[in-house]
Design a protein around this ligand. Structure first.
Ligand code: FES
Ligand code: FES
Length: 197
């Protein structure tokens, strides 16, 4: 076992992990971050995407020990501390950029990374930026529209700051209440009504 300390969604966690433990399994099984989902477990689909040190990574392709000392943002920590949706989340909601929603957490985080690197991408650049994230439902059209809208919003709006980390609790336990409730409804995929065909 190896001792690691990672900050996830603004909360620091100290834990002992096996060297073989994947980050996605640590997030889901140990820390309860089930908004990060497993689609393939072979680094193909992007459903498990999180932000690690600001960069989108497929967490099924990262060992938990490799995340030691880093800051992780999952879909559950993307909204502002006041509960307001991140502009990318809001745009996915407004554009109905999902159907089943399984790809959505990873797709949103990939888009956040894309827009951090390229605030004004063309549609071609958006498609290239999210090419590592597969969607079996939408045909991608509304996803591209949502990312385009989010880019505009981010260029013109200030994003609410995530809740800050709090230090000083026992190792192996969350050091502060989660910044955002982790109930399923906090993942923005289930609140969106489906259009009538
Ligand atoms: S579950 Fe990680 S890329 Fe598919
Ligand atoms: S996989 Fe169903 S909405 Fe993308």
């Amino acid at each position: 076992m190896t001792r690691i300390s990672i900050t996830v969604d603004g909360v620091r966690y100290d834990d002992d992990v096996e060297a073989r433990t994947l980050l996605v399994h640590h997030l889901r099984d140990r820390l309860g971050k089930v908004g990060t989902v497993v689609g393939c477990d072979t680094s193909n689909c992007g459903a498990c995407t999180v932000l690690m040190a600001g960069d989108a990574v497929k967490s099924c392709n990262v060992l938990a020990v490799q995340a030691d000392g880093t800051e992780i943002i999952t879909i559950e920590g993307l909204a502002g501390g006041d509960g307001s949706l991140h502009p990318v989340q809001q745009a996915f909601h407004d554009r109905h950029a999902l159907q089943c929603g399984f790809c959505t957490p990873g797709m949103i985080l990939a888009a956040v990374d894309l827009l951090a690197e390229n605030p004004d991408p063309s549609d071609a650049e958006i498609r290239e930026g999210i090419e590592g994230n597969l969607c079996r439902c939408t045909g991608y059209q509304n996803i591209v529209r949502a990312v385009r809208d989010a880019a505009s919003a981010l260029r013109g709006a200030q994003v609410a700051e995530p809740a800050s980390a709090v230090d000083g609790q026992m190792p192996g336990t969350p050091q502060a209440p989660p910044a955002v409730p982790s109930e399923p409804e906090s993942v923005p995929v289930e609140a969106v009504p489906r259009p009538v065909p």
